[in-house]
Structure formats: structure tokens, C-alpha cells
Design a protein around this ligand. Sequence first.
Ligand SMILES: Cc1cc2nc3c(=O)[nH]c(=O)nc-3n(C[C@H](O)[C@H](O)[C@H](O)COP(=O)(O)O)c2cc1C
Length: 229
Amino acid sequence: MNIVVINGTEVKGCTYHIKEFFLSELKDNNKIEEFYLPRDMPHFCKGCKVCFFEDENLCPHASDTMPIWNSILSADLLVFATPVYALRIPGQLKALLDHFSCHWMVHRPDRAMFSKRAVILTNSIGAPNKAAQKDIITSLTWMGVSDIKSLGCGLMEGVIWHELSEKRRQKIENRTIKMAKKYTKSKQGKKGIKVRFLFQMCKAMRRSMAKKEENPSADDLHWIKNGWL
Ligand SMILES: Cc1cc2nc3c(=O)[nH]c(=O)nc-3n(C[C@H](O)[C@H](O)[C@H](O)COP(=O)(O)O)c2cc1C
């Protein structure tokens, strides 16, 4: 199984330890590729829209975004490990996901995304993790991923890993390993009802837009090439 890990922080702290617990169950027989943000993609989208109108390879940040995107495409399991910042995902992770919005089903979805599984590992000192997880779930769903599971950890006692009590660290480790055990076998994700519905809605919208356009857009050509229009 190919696994890609997107780390929402470069700090080797709580997020890092939780992610390492998760991967510890998956190290054998799997190829794991990791990216750390902002190190591996330190740019905000400039809003030039060249990805929408022409090609994502022409993005001014393509040398950073494309290796991550290609790694996502060749992965069976996508792992997002991130702290919660101000109740949401850190800006560096949002910046990466913004760059991938040209791959949303309203634009140019990649059929490889329909069968992927994704895991989101978040932590906060005590705030609910749901809104941050939702940021990632929203992006992945619109990219066509249905099989998405989340694990949120409340640190409660502080934000420095080695300052947490042994009991707290053990509890987090146990929960994370329990989740990782569900991913030891390679399995394809199934296209769920929500993704099916969104895809059909986008298809209807694209068909009606294509009729009105004099020249087919990059998005139209993508849908035609895939046999969807
Ligand atoms: C800028 C920043 C904002 C944060 N915002 C929140 C927050 O809104 N709620 C919360 O419970 N924890 C918050 N935290 C704590 C993180 O979610 C996380 O638990 C902590 O950074 C430990 O993870 P790390 O060692 O991987 O950085 C914040 C931390 C940082 C650095």
C-alpha cells in the first residue's frame, strides 16, 4: 500500500508523536511518503487562476504543489496529521488545499480519488476538533474521496508532548494505534452517496456550461477526455 502523509506542522511535538503512533502499525510492506508544511509548500495561492483556466502545472508554485499532488494520486491511503489552530486547520494546510481546488469535482476531478481512503489526525489542547477536521473533509469530499475517518485528541494538560502525563500520552497512543489497526490491510475506498450526488450535480452543470461556450474550457476538455460528458 502507498501511504502519503501531509503534516500540518514541522514541529516534532504532539502532532508528530500521534502521527508516528499511527504509522508504527503500518511501517511493514507499505511505502510511506511524508510532506511537512509549510516547509514543503510554503506559498499562498496568488489567485492567478491559471490552474483553472489552463493547467495546474503552470501554477507559479507547481514545483512544490505537483510533487505533493502526484504523491496523493499514487497513494492508497492519505493521512493528514495536524494541530488545531484557532479552532481550524493551520494556514499552511489551508494554503495547500487551496492549491488543489482545481481538482474539485466542479472543475477537474481525478478518477483516482474515488477509491482512496483518508485518515485525519488532529489534536488541540481542549477545543473541539470537528471544525478543523471539517476543513479537510470538505476539500477531500469535493475531490471525490468518500472513505474519510477522523481522530481528534484532546491534550488537556498542556501543549508540550513530554510535559503531558504518562497516563495521558498512553491514552493517546492506545486510541491512535487502535485506529491504525483498521488500516493494516490494503483496501479500496468506495464511492459514497454524497460524492455520487455531487459528481452528478457537477456533471449536469458542466454539460449546460459546455453548451453555452464557444470553445471548450480546460475543465470541459478534462470531462470529455474522461468520457464523463
Ligand atoms: C497558533 C496556535 C493556535 C492554537 N489554537 C488552538 C485552539 O484554538 N484551541 C486549542 O484547543 N488548541 C489550540 N492550539 C494547540 C494546538 O492545537 C496543539 O494541540 C498544540 O500546538 C500541540 O501540537 P504540536 O506539538 O504538534 O504543535 C494552538 C496552537 C498554536 C501554536
